[in-house]
Structure formats: structure tokens, C-alpha cells
Design a protein around this ligand. Sequence first.
Ligand code: SF4
Ligand code: SF4
Length: 442
Amino acid sequence: MSDAESPPDDDVPSVPDDEIPAGDEFEPVQVFPDSDLDLREGADDCYKCSTCDTNCPVAEVDDDFPGPKFQGPEQWRLKRKDDEDIDASIMDCSNCMRCDTACPSDVPLSQMHNEARGEYVDEQMDTWSVEYWRNRVLANYRISAWFASKMPRLANAVMSNSLVRQVGEKLFGVTAEREFPAFAEQTFREWWAERGGPKVQSEDKRVAYFHGCYSNYNTPEVAKAMVRTFEHFSYQIAVPDQGCSGTPMFANGMLDDARRDAELNIKEFSQLVEEGYDVICSCTSCSMALRQEYPELFSFEGTAKVSASTYEAVEYLRIHEDLGSAISDAEVEFPDLAYHAPCHARSQGLDRQAVELFRDLDGVKIEDVGESCSGISGTYGWKSEKYEKSMAIGEEMFEHMDEAEGETGMTECPTCAMQMEHGSGYEIRHPLEVLEAALVSR
Ligand code: SF4
Ligand code: SF4
């Protein structure tokens, strides 16, 4: 927590008494006149039960972190009362969004955190500081990945050099403990263009694929598995121009960067939704961004339409196809899998779907490694000052992976996959790769 503030007591009045007119003439007070968003209702819905605090993985390992109740409704009450500065501890929230899911009163906690973080970065953070630029580069991973993809072998050699990692830690605060993910020699989009786009045409089964940065630059095998699996079910696939989903930008308070990419994404995808496409994502944080964070933070034309038409890829197939029957006769040879449900999959109610789908598939043994957070939360665990915290949060997952049979992990989130690999040494696969193996003969 910053030295400026300690958590306030719980008795801050929701509206100062002298501002409430008597009788029938009550009018709501305009608290945030310059903002499109007014989160007063959400703040008032909080009845201080502290369920969010007990579900916060950062608060569990860091006694100095004041927790989501303070970061959300209490900060907003302070803003209302005295227009207080945002507490610097907002940068210690990892944006895992577990507090959203935990709150019994539907307080929009992560929206409050995103707004508070954006305000903190814009108004209180030193934009000449190493921390600001470190965070900005991490948040804009897509730009670095684009450059690296032009010379992937050289980039991989440089990034895996231990001296380079040590320098990165000393000068920029990016932990040297982790190995950088390798860049693919051919990006997904290059592969897509080389094969000539979609192989299936359909009037009524159409999906627009939001592949995100990681499936494009680092794990195109996941994106290819998505394409082959959906074409197996006769879907016509579109792969429009797209930016980052914004997830790492929200988590670092870089809302202008997120707005820039969201505008492009909404423009491209809303046009396809108009043409009858649904939007699918292979990363659960990307689907979370398009579904929940875009409408919470932006008001571009088409935002609500894209949000309502977005699905995680396996979720979409479970809704629209008889996936259980399709794989019931399949037999695959896959190593035993230790499955971790990402926090953002949990927020979308998708935490059991891989286990439910694959537990009866011949040749696959899948075990859920429990409910804990992996701890990396995108760029969070890459910051040198957050590394130990990130590993402490992940400890429970590592232990369960260790206890599970087999030495292969599975998850839908690329950064959870990094953490699983880092903490266990296991190879990590995506559910779409199992589906492809079960359904598609190449
Ligand atoms: S769980 Fe919801 S209602 Fe309870 S303290 Fe947190 S924000 Fe308030
Ligand atoms: S988003 Fe996660 S880390 Fe941040 S306050 Fe909520 S539970 Fe804690």
C-alpha cells in the first residue's frame, strides 16, 4: 500500500448528509461529472462481507495488499467523498478477476479496478520512470512479438541468452528467472495466408476467429487445431485484421493503448457479426476481454454486438454441436493430462468443460489440479518485484500437478501455460489440440 493512505474505515457515508435534500425533491448527486462511467451503484451494492478479500490470491500471499474490497468500492467511496488519489497498491492487483466471481452482490470489482488503475497510471505514475516503460512494453507484447516474428531464430537465440535475461532484470525489471517463450518460425496468419484462407464455405455456419497475439506468434499449432476442428464441423472461418484483446493493457492501466486496439477489433468483428458470424477465441482471457471488459470500458459502435456474439472456441462447439457423441468413438493417444482452469475461464463458467469433455475419451486421462490461481496473471509474474509473489500463488497448483499422474499439463490460457511449465517442467497442451487429435485425420 502506498504511504499516502491506509485502508479507510468502513463507515464512509455513501452521500454526505448535507447534500441530501429533504422529502420528495431528492436528486442524485453528480459525483463524476467528467466521466462516462458512474460506478456509484456498484459501490453501494457492496455490503462489506469481505468474501472478495478471502478469495483474492494476492491478498493470500501478501499481507500488505489491502484486497479487492478496498481497491473497488472503498476507493470509489473515497473518490466520492474527498476526490482522494488512487492508492498505489492498485498496481499490485493482478487482474485475475476472482473477486468478481466471488462477490455475492455483483459489485463490478474488476471494472472498478481497471478504472482506478487507468486513472493511477494517467494521473499519478511517473511516465519517465523505468517501471512505466517496462509495464508499457510488457502490455504491448504484440508490438515486440511482431518485430521478433520477422527474425524468429535470432530473437529466440537472443532472448534465451542468460546474460540478456540478467541485463533485462537489472535495467528493466523483467525477471531473469523465467525463460522467454519461443517465437514460431511461421506465424498463424502467415500459415493462414499460405493455405489460401478458409477451406469450407457455408451460409449458416460461420465463425470469426480472434486468435490473439500468443496463438499467432508463439503457438500457431493451437490456432491451426482450432481451424481444422471447426472445419471438421463444416464452419466457414474468417480471420480478420485484429489487435491485442487488451488484457495485458487493462492489467497495467494502459487504457489508451487498450482503447486503440479495441476500436480496431470492434470495427472488424462487428462487421462480421452483421454478416452472420459468431466470434470465437482460443484464449479465455481474450474471450473475457471481448465479452466483459469491452462493454464495461468502451462505447464504440458495435461493442455490445461483439460482446454478445463472443464465445471461447470449445464452449462454442459444446453449444452448437453434439461434441460428446462426435468424440465418443474416437481413440487418441495422448499423455495423461493435469488440467488447470484459468481464472478467466472460471469467470465465464468454463472451468469444468475440458474435464467433462475428455474424461470419457478413450486414450485420454485428465485430472483437474484444483481451483487455485496459477499466479502469473499475464505480465504480472514477469515483473521482477512480483516474481516471488507469483510463484507463491502458484505453489498449490504446482503441488497438485506433481501429485497428478503423468507429466503433461493442459490449460486454455497461454500465460497459465508458461507458469505451469515453469513451475513443473511439464509440456503444456491446449484442449483444442486434443479435439483435433480425436476428430481430424490429416
Ligand atoms: S464480496 Fe462484494 S459485497 Fe462482499 S465486500 Fe466484496 S465487493 Fe463488497
Ligand atoms: S482481480 Fe484478483 S488480484 Fe485483483 S483484487 Fe481481485 S482477486 Fe485480488
